[in-house]
Design a protein around this ligand. Structure first.
Ligand SMILES: [Zn+2]
Length: 336
């Protein structure tokens, strides 16, 4: 490979590598990096620290005159592949969506962003303060056999978990989604993301999505472009669709009465994928909508507030797969 002479900026960056980048502020002229959670820009505290709550999404933008060939983040052992972003009148940048899992430990964690340009690699290091979200407590009463599983049901559940896990190892290495996210169904939010669930008096896994109450048979649409990675009919999730939006980003739609797509279908934002139902472990017709970002369970409504509107982020034909290190989301969580 031909070696390109290093610019003063690059030389400064490699010097910073060796000194472990103690002062982020020095880099601001080379690679301004912006972080902010889904609602409003994060408060930048002392020492350049950023913050987000459990279940939120941080948008990390790496901008600069240097053309990187690959940008990858690591946060709490999760790998975040960055994608190219073009904004009119601005130099091309790279964007990573960093999910804060609903159960990530509160406290300060390091976000490492590795920027590769040819043979040069530069590491940026940031502190992210994760703060506790005040999750509600929900008491639910369900048929005993839906909560206390017998041996046969446990075996079925385990097999189903494995099936999902295997299917999700096939994640798309292209960014398939575009700028505008869509709420999959109109309705009242009846089960709140992250709520602690007490079922028939016993504490269970926290709720890993949002439940939206809607009439039986109402259309359920895809929140954004993607590919149907797997459709299921499982003990907890009932009839469900897993959409792969690329780069380790998945959305899930459970308890459907009917699925109108099949595995491998390419889906566009707003396309009908199924109908509201009450299949699996459900107390009545509703949609369970879940989202995973590189293994982190995040609040799906965070998507609707991402700052990608009006076609600013390119659609699939402009997107470049820039990372070869895509993590496999873990899938130990069941629909409820
Ligand atoms: Zn649910």
């Amino acid at each position: 490979m031909m070696r390109i002479p290093l610019s003063p900026a690059q030389l400064r960056a490699s010097w910073l590598d060796r000194t472990m980048i103690m002062a982020v502020v020095l880099l601001s002229s080379v690679f301004p990096v912006e972080l902010f959670p889904h609602t409003s820009p994060a408060v930048k505290g002392l020492d350049g620290q950023y913050s987000g709550k459990q279940g939120q999404v941080l948008v990390v933008t790496v901008k600069g005159e240097v053309q990187a060939t690959e940008v990858t983040g690591t946060f709490l052992d999760r790998t975040i592949p960055f994608f190219r972003e073009f904004r009119p009148g601005e130099p091309a940048g790279y964007v990573g969506l960093v999910g804060i899992d609903m159960q990530d430990d509160p406290g300060t964690h390091e976000l490492v962003v590795e920027v590769k340009q040819g043979e040069q690699t530069k590491q940026l290091s940031f502190n992210v303060l994760v703060s506790k979200e005040k999750f509600t407590v929900e008491h639910l009463t369900l048929p005993k056999d839906k909560v206390d599983l017998d041996k046969k049901a446990v075996a079925r559940w385990k097999t189903e978990q494995m099936q999902v896990k295997l299917a999700l190892t096939e994640n798309s290495r292209l960014k398939l989604w575009h700028s505008n996210f869509v709420e999959p169904v109109n309705g009242k939010r009846t089960g709140i993301f992250g709520s602690v669930r007490i079922m028939n008096g016993k504490p269970r896994n926290p709720h890993n999505g949002e439940d939206i109450g809607a009439p039986m048979g109402a259309d359920v649409v895809a929140t954004n472009d993607g590919i149907v990675r797997i459709t299921v009919d499982h003990i907890f999730s009932g009839r469900g669709v897993f959409l792969d939006h690329g780069l380790g980003f998945y959305s899930m739609y459970f308890h459907l009465s009917e699925i109108v797509v099949k595995d491998g279908d390419l889906i566009t934002a707003g396309q009908i994928i199924g109908k509201v139902g009450a299949t699996g472990r459900a107390t009545g017709p509703h949609l369970h909508w879940g989202v995973k970002l590189n293994g982190a369970r995040v609040n799906p409504y965070a998507l609707l507030n991402l700052p990608f509107k009006n076609g600013v982020v390119p659609a699939i034909n402009l997107s470049t797969p820039i990372s070869a290190t895509i993590s496999i989301p873990e899938t130990g969580h069941v629909a409820q």
